[in-house]
Design a protein around this ligand. Structure first.
Ligand code: ATP
Ligand code: MG
Length: 401
């Protein structure tokens, strides 16, 4: 049978844009196409929706990943088309209901037919009741509910017949890369990967910076951060991870700063290096995973001290979220299981028993200057190694990067 597949995409916030809507739509198309390569043939727009035609060889997981991870997609349906022949339509409908969300086989549904081609010999009502019968005989556990169905099966008769189910959810938001570039301070914890997701969904593209204090933090801790970067890469349209060797610097702080200020001084040093890398990479903001009062060091005083150490705007998208909300989101985006692996972060290894949590900004800044770390921080930047992940989250070898 002559079937071909296109994915119907519904846009949310982009549709509310005014004169600049074209800019956002174009970027959304580019972002999706970059993930579908080489399986995508063409895309077109009809009545405010985007359709992406996919070649038959496209593996299911690539197709799903392309739409599930691209910000700007509110929902997507796999739409099969065939000739306007009833037997072909039935066969196509069977294929559509063999996939999500119908394949669960339970719940309520409704069939909606639209007949733009009035020459088609069946009325919409006939199409609906016949296709409804096919769903019921395939899935005896399902029921029809015409008022509040959980799922819908659509059949549109136009130039060809198009059959598709109610949409699966996309991540919503605005297309990544439309809002500029920032440096993300990425630890191996639960929070900073979620911060990345939140900001990518507002259009920001990030490069990640990880401070690695080998051998105080293990190779496993670094592998964990690489794994997180690879999970985040599809949402962020690829990811460059800067690994900063930070042992000498942390030991210097441990040996020269007042003990209760070591955490603050690590933070200050991380902000400085984050800004130096941002300068090199043309990034205009810093992103962290801090949330107000989540841990003792995340006070207003500590955060405003960190801010004063940054030449760039510091974005903290999780600042008002509870740990539970952050964990739920981490589970949804797939970073949670990796984040909870037990390898210690460098800050934890060096943290004092009684950290100063309400620093005076001027005093702390002076103490940081007293540490005279300029050269050590320059050295950290020079020794930084970049690792690149493509839009599918695959690590690129040097030649490909
Ligand atoms: P996370 O869950 O993201 O590790 P956390 O609750 O453990 O956060 P902290 O350890 O206080 O909180 O770290 C606060 C923020 O500082 C992190 O969200 C991250 O942005 C940054 N950060 C901490 N450690 C590192 C590191 N080793 N490399 C890069 N950034 C870090
Ligand atoms: Mg942490």
């Amino acid at each position: 049978m002559d079937n071909y597949t296109s994915i119907l995409v519904r846009m949310g916030e982009i549709s509310l844009k005014g004169l600049n809507r074209g800019f956002f739509e174009k970027r959304l198309k580019q972002n999706i196409k970059s993930k579908l390569k080489p399986y995508h043939s063409e895309e077109h727009k009809q009545k405010g929706r985007l359709y992406f035609d996919i070649t038959n060889e496209c593996p299911e997981e690539i197709m799903d990943m392309a739409f599930r991870t691209t910000f700007g997609v509110v929902g997507y349906s796999k739409c099969l088309s065939c000739e306007k022949d009833w037997d072909a339509i039935v066969e196509t409908a069977r294929k559509v209901i063999a996939q999500p969300p119908f394949d669960a086989g339970t719940g309520t549904f409704k069939v909606e037919a639209r007949r733009s081609d009035k020459l088609f010999p069946m009325l919409s009502y006939d199409i609906e009741s016949k296709l409804g019968g096919i769903v019921l005989s395939t899935y005896p556990g399902m029921r029809v509910d015409v008022h509040h169905p959980q799922f819908r099966l659509f059949c549109e008769i136009r130039d060809r017949a198009y059959v598709y189910a109610s949409p699966q959810s996309g991540p919503d938001g605005l297309p990544c890369t439309t809002a500029g570039k920032a440096m993300l301070l990425l630890s191996g914890g639960i929070d900073s990967p979620v911060a990345c997701y939140k900001m990518a969904g507002r259009g920001l593209k990030m490069e990640a910076v990880y401070f690695h204090a080998y051998p105080y933090t293990s190779q496993e801790a670094l592998d964990k951060v690489k794994k997180l970067a690879s999970i985040l890469a599809p949402y962020n349209q690829g990811m460059r991870l800067h690994v900063v060797p930070f042992t000498e610097q942390q030991l210097w702080i441990r040996d020269h700063a007042p003990e209760d200020e070591t955490t603050l001084m690590f933070r200050a040093a991380m902000m400085k290096v984050g800004n130096m890398l941002a300068e090199k990479e043309d990034a205009t903001a810093i992103v962290t995973g801090e949330a107000l009062s989540q841990v003792a060091s995340q006070t207003l005083d500590s955060m405003s001290f960190s801010d004063s150490m940054s030449d760039r705007l510091v974005l903290r998208p999780l600042v008002g979220m509870s740990k539970g909300e952050i964990m739920d989101l981490a589970k949804k985006i797939g970073t949670y299981e990796t984040s909870i692996l037990p390898y210690e972060d460098c800050c934890v290894v060096f943290s004092p028993k009684h950290p100063l949590v309400h620093p005076d900004k001027q005093t702390a800044s002076r103490h940081f200057l007293d540490l005279q770390m300029d050269e050590l921080l320059q050295k950290a930047v020079q020794e930084t190694v970049a690792i690149d992940f493509n839009v599918h989250g695959t690590e690129l070898k040097d030649a490909e990067a």
